[in-house]
Ligand binder design. Sequence first.
Ligand code: AHG
Ligand code: MN
Ligand code: MN
Ligand code: MN
Length: 348
Amino acid sequence: AAAKPTAPAKRSEFELFTFNTWLFNLDTELCTVLSSISVACKQIAAAVGRAGISSLTGVAGTGENVQGEEQKKLDVISNDIFSMCLRNCGRTGVIASEEEENPIAVEETTSGNYIVVFDPLDGSSNIDAGISVGSIFGIYEPAEECVVDMDDPEKTLSSCITNVCQPGKNLLAAGYVLYSSCTILVITTGDGVFGFTLDPYVGEFVLTHDRITIPETGMIYAFNEGNYQLWDAGVKAYIDSLKEPSKWGGKPYSARYIGSLVGDFHRTLLYGGIYGYPGDKKNTTGKLRLLYECAPMSMIAEQAGGKGSTGVERVLDVVPTKVHQRVPLFVGSKKEVEYLETFFAKKA
Ligand code: AHG
Ligand code: MN
Ligand code: MN
Ligand code: MN
């Protein structure tokens, strides 16, 4: 496990505790992958920040992705940037992206063979309005020998799928980058959660949040209540109860929802509260994807002292059967998620 890199007292005003400094405590192969991801996210931050100037807003014209969503230009560009950085680091065995129908075997691997799952641009419907968006990633060890046999694509694909469809509890590392009023990389390698803010003058991610812990309770909830009529009775009763004088001390809860998981999650991580995307009558398993949205965020939440639940089970215990499998997600403060779960238990 990583050494506890609580930043040492500054020896001079010019000393920076950067993401690369933090990485030096990690295993070199994993460090190489994470460093390449940080470069990809710096490039995406630049593309997102200049989208309006370099006409990168709007749809890509590539039609729908495997999710049935109309791809934005920046969905495609972010996916390309992520894939190229991961290929070029020479430590990646398989990549699985929200924007790729199938996982991809990486030939340019010298060692490491890591399995990297990612959502290259999360909340992309917000891009044209300049609202916060993000990238999400998770890294696994291979579950089995990575097969890359150009003469046997079937065998290669099935090996990729086996390596990618691992439960979140196997994650070696999980993280996200929020592109907002600041660009902040939040990451865990299983030994606490750390936040690094991009210093635009230096071009480095600098440690600003040394061991983030999520408040045990929080009176902010982030649900898309436009779906209220589609929810089952338990979820409706839960949401209704948040509007009664709060069980925690008199005030009803506040609703905050920006439509970017990374933005809503980051606020929940720092302020406390709960983010939820329930299943509903139209989509019984909800909208969020287990592999590159729900599992990485749940690992971060747990490492910060919070919880990630499908309502009936721990997200990190769910074994994916499909690469783009969706699960309901309730993630945030431990006591808030546990309170939500009582509404599912009642129903059972
Ligand atoms: P993505 O942009 O990667 O497809 O993810 C969008 C997700 C998530 O970021 C957000 O919380 C949720 O979709 C918003 O969904 P609704 O618009 O249905 O509320
Ligand atoms: Mn999408
Ligand atoms: Mn997403
Ligand atoms: Mn996305």
